[in-house]
Design a binder for this molecule. Structure first.
Ligand SMILES: Nc1nc2c(c(=O)[nH]1)N[C@H]1C(S)=C(S)[C@@H](COP(=O)(O)OP(=O)(O)OC[C@H]3O[C@@H](n4cnc5c(=O)[nH]c(N)nc54)[C@H](O)[C@@H]3O)O[C@H]1N2
Ligand SMILES: Nc1nc2c(c(=O)[nH]1)N[C@H]1C(S)=C(S)[C@@H](COP(=O)(O)OP(=O)(O)OC[C@H]3O[C@@H](n4cnc5c(=O)[nH]c(N)nc54)[C@H](O)[C@@H]3O)O[C@H]1N2
Ligand code: SF4
Ligand SMILES: [Mo]
Length: 826
């Protein structure tokens, strides 16, 4: 029995290029095996890797464990620390079990009829007095596809508001837009099997080892197998990912474009291009070559703070590899010039012809388990099935499917991004906001401002969540939601693998699935199509799935042959899944034809520097007609430079043990023990100059706010301070103090193209408050972490252990390649 909060990736199962990744079935049960009644097929929803698993259900109908599915195409049976332990939050005794309604300033329990009447009465009133533009919906990357699709039909087809967006905007809007700007459509071209085949890996701002632990196991098994691929990592910190690198480019936050331009410069300069591919399948080569011509490694070195020799060494690796897999994530998407930088990684692959071939792909990664579904269903920045809001034919197709007039569907402007929705709430033009499955009071930037927006008089706030979150505290109505495992629906991961997650247990008390809540809202609002029929004529998620997949026919994300039947018992199916390709499609663009044709593309794109939107006329005049687009970008310095008062750069992100605002992982004893409270990381050099030692309590001050936390003095480049953003206020013992969440200090700024907030750099100063009182417990995934030390600082009420946990019988195991249990209920 191993403690997988320490043994993060489990035992190695090395393999060589082109071999099958060996199976290893990981599992964790809190009861004896004999107490398991059924195993219900599902998928882990604690990151975008999308590892298939089975949920163990006891004879009395409780969730009692999970096991990996050996035949799952994503995980081959493995689960990471969050996957193994995180499910226990479902059993937490402080789940919301009844709706809450604000009465005389306090949230009081209410029945569903009262709560929903409050929601629909206010919706009708706002619509009558102010029209649809006063209504807004802010959703998640963690619901199921069917639920987003219901929200899309309600908001865009029923209410008629463009103000529907997901927290996906904070997460992978830049992935979406980088793919659209280069290839014409969202949808990652590659497959995780490309990791099995590659000879070179390039990880840009992606701490895979901590944020996609099972994908990292796959990478580690290649790195520790025969014919080890070469690995280049670009990250300001010495993460566990960077520790494995052949070349670690520890660049200054906010300088990705300078670094990537220098790498492209070297590729062009040394003729390491696939000229035939470039000529036949791309546009824009001359402009790109001109733009990178004066980006010598020496020039970039000064800006990025990385030795020019390291940039050359990295370029040599990237330029000579024959099968290159790159991944891009938040170190790019949430950093300065996000889309412009992400697109440069696409350019690298296009220049080298390394796309649409086995072992060759760029992953514009996802983060949340169902971020891809928010994007596909039209609950995020685009219309359903990657349709173009400026293309009348696309809008007509949706209107026909919904049987509404095309004018009902707002398409005079792009769907409103989340940060704009919050601005409209602040200004008062939005008067009704329904937040589902996200916790903006901790996860949005500049929290003092967000608290004032959420608490604004005149904003009616509805929150659907399973827990009483920091955001729920501001709500007028709180709706208790069923969690994963308590409802059925589909999830699509970062390599387009769709899994069906089946309901395993009943939700607690009166909690309901979001899908059912949304159908009930649509019914009570009497939303109708143009013939007077109900707008959402569904009884079950499967009905919604059938309609959604029908609407994908002919689009790049075609799932018209992907039924629940097909998904049941499968190890995951990759879209497109069509009558012609009923088993799904491993790789996109194998014919090197891209969906860039004007009548086909998801958007006409933007100027990468200013974000100016292109129109149909401009696009048609240079219709790429199936070629991918090489798009150069000039480097611009970040907008909040360091100065004498704020001499350091704060960057924020994740630790391996926690999920976002910890509403789930903070309620799991194993994970909570492993990373009990917030810390800040700074370089040994900076700490030395500031007289700060490991464990000292420090204050990090920005122009917006401050955080207090013990210091960890190693593992990052000079000038950079890192804080995990997981720690909010729900479990803080000192109410009213707002010095724990990293977002107190972050800035309100977003990328001009993707509109994704930039959480990765703010100018700060750090000062010591007091010397270390206790040994330091923190969540750094280092070998020398001290997990059993008491937590420092002001912590916290220990939340109850999950109901039904039976110490003594609990166990975490892994079994090798032969012990694969059959998929499906056993
Ligand atoms: N354990 C865990 N796993 C998760 C999640 C979680 O909360 N916890 N969340 C999931 C979600 S939703 C997401 S979006 C992903 C995010 O996954 P990642 O993107 O891997 O996670 P982050 O820690 O946000 O950021 C990655 C790295 O960017 C680096 N960085 C900061 N600034 C820059 C820069 O300017 N340039 C470059 N090149 N690097 C920079 C940081 O040092 C950090 O190590 O993780 C998913 N997986
Ligand atoms: N400083 C800083 N801030 C960041 C980031 C960063 O790197 N740095 N990363 C950003 C990124 S990438 C992301 S993805 C966001 C994440 O930010 P959030 O979305 O705010 O994070 P979560 O804590 O996952 O919130 C999800 C909420 O949904 C609830 N929930 C879970 N399942 C269900 C369900 O089925 N139904 C309903 N109704 N509720 C459910 C959970 O209890 C939880 O309260 O944070 C962003 N904020
Ligand atoms: S890698 Fe992601 S999906 Fe897989 S078990 Fe870990 S948290 Fe879950
Ligand atoms: Mo995310």
């Amino acid at each position: 029995m191993t403690d997988r909060t320490v043994d993060l990736w489990g035992a190695r199962t090395p393999f060589g290029a082109g071999e099958r990744w060996p199976e290893r079935v990981d599992r964790h049960l809190t009861v004896d095996e004999s107490e398991v009644h059924t195993w219900v097929p599902s998928v882990c929803v604690l990151c975008s890797n999308g590892c298939g698993l089975d949920i163990a259900v006891s004879h009395d109908g409780r969730m009692v464990g999970v096991r990996g599915r050996a035949r799952d195409r994503v995980s081959h049976g493995r689960l990471g620390p969050k996957g193994l332990y995180g499910w226990q939050a479902v059993n937490s005794p402080d789940r919301l079990t009844r709706p809450l309604v604000r009465v005389a300033g306090r949230l009081e329990p209410a029945d569903w009829d009262t709560a929903l009447r409050a929601v629909t009465d206010r919706s009708r009133q706002v619509l009558a007095e102010h029209g649809p533009l006063a209504m807004a919906f802010y959703t998640s990357g963690q619901l199921f596809a069917e639920e987003y699709y219901a929200q899309t039909v309600i908001a865009r087809g029923g209410i008629g508001t463009p103000h529907l967006d997901g927290n996906t905007r904070l997460c992978t809007a830049t992935a979406e837009w980088a793919l659209i700007e280069s290839f014409g459509s969202d949808g990652d071209p590659g497959s995780y099997t490309d990791v099995d085949l590659c000879d070179t890996l390039f990880l840009v701002g992606h701490n895979t080892a901590e944020t996609q632990t099972v994908l990292w196991s796959r990478v580690l098994d290649r790195l520790h197998g025969p014919d080890r691929p070469r690995l280049v990592v670009a990250d300001p910190r010495l993460t566990p990912t960077a520790r494995e690198a052949d070349v670690h480019l520890a660049l200054r936050p906010g300088t990705n474009v300078a670094l990537l331009n220098a790498l492209l410069h070297e590729i062009v300069e040394h003729g390491r291009l696939d000229r035939e591919f470039v000529d036949a399948h791309t546009t824009g080569y001359e402009e790109l070559a001109a733009a990178v011509a004066d980006w010598s490694p020496d020039r970039a070195a000064g800006i990025c703070g990385v030795p020019a020799g390291d940039i050359r060494a990295a370029a040599r690796i990237l330029g000579t590899g024959e099968r290159l897999v790159s991944t891009v994530l938040q170190g790019v998407y949430q950093s300065h010039q996000a889309t412009a930088a992400a697109v440069q990684v696409n350019n690298l692959h296009l220049l080298r012809g390394m796309i649409g071939r086995p072992g060759c792909t760029v992953f514009q990664m996802n983060g949340q388990p169902t971020a891809q579904n928010t994007r596909e269903t039209g609950a995020n920045g685009a219309l359903p099935a990657f349709r173009n809001w400026q293309n009348e034919a696309h809008v007509r197709e949706i209107a026909e499917a919904w049987n509404v007039e095309p004018l009902r569907i707002p398409h005079w402007a792009p769907p409103t991004p989340a940060m704009e929705i919050f601005r409209y709430c602040e200004e008062g033009s939005v008067k009704f906001l329904w937040v589902t499955g996200t916790n903006p009071a901790v996860s949005l930037p500049e929290l003092r401002r967000i608290r004032s927006v959420l608490g604004r008089d005149g904003l009616f706030l509805v929150v659907s969540d399973a827990f009483r979150t920091e955001t729920a505290e501001f709500a007028d109505v709180v709706l208790p939601a069923a969690l994963w495992g308590e409802k059925t629906g589909c999830c699509t991961n970062a390599d387009r693998t769709v899994h069906l997650s089946e309901k395993a247990v009943e939700p607690p008390g009166e909690a309901r699935a979001d899908f059912d809540i949304l159908l009930e809202y649509a019914r009570r609002m009497d939303l109708r199509d143009k013939d007077g029929g109900p707008l959402l004529a569904w009884r079950s998620p499967e009905d919604a799935w059938r309609d959604f997949t029908a609407l994908t026919r002919g689009r790049p994300c075609d799932q018209s042959a992907l039924t629940y039947e097909r998904l049941r018992g499968s190890g995951g199916v990759q879209w497109p899944c069509t009558p012609g390709a009923p088993d799904g499609t491993e790789r996109l663009y194998t014919d090197h034809v891209f969906p860039t044709r004007a009548d086909q593309c998801e958007d006409y794109g933007h100027d990468l520097t200013t974000g100016a939107q292109y129109g149909a006329g401009e696009y048609r005049a240079h219709d790429p007609a199936g070629r991918a687009r090489l798009r150069p970008a000039a480097y611009l310095p970040p907008h909040e430079p360091v100065d004498e008062t704020y001499p350091l750069q704060l960057t924020t992100g994740r630790t391996v043990h926690h999920w976002h605002t910890r509403t789930r992982t903070g309620r799991v004893p194993e994970l909570r023990r492993a990373a009990p409270d917030v810390w800040v990381q700074l370089s040994a050099e900076d700490a030395g100059e500031l007289g700060i030692a490991d464990g000292d309590l420090v204050r990090v001050v920005s122009r917006r706010g401050e955080i207090e936390a013990p210091a960890v003095c190693r593992g990052t480049r000079r000038g950079v301070v890192f804080a995990p953003f997981h720690y909010g206020y729900w479990d803080q013992t000192e109410p009213g103090r707002h010095t724990r969440a990293a977002n107190e200090a972050t800035r309100t700024e977003w990328d001009p193209v993707s509109k994704q907030p930039l959480y990765k750099y703010s100018a700060v100063r750090v000062q010591k408050i007091s010397s270390a009182a206790t040994a330091l417990a923190h969540g750094l995934a280092d070998s020398d972490r001290q997990t059993d030390a008491p937590p420092p600082g002001t912590l916290t009420a220990e939340p109850g252990a999950p109901a039904g946990e039976t110490p003594g019988t609990a166990g975490t195991e892994s079994t090798g390649s032969t012990a694969a249990g059959p998929a499906g209920k056993g």
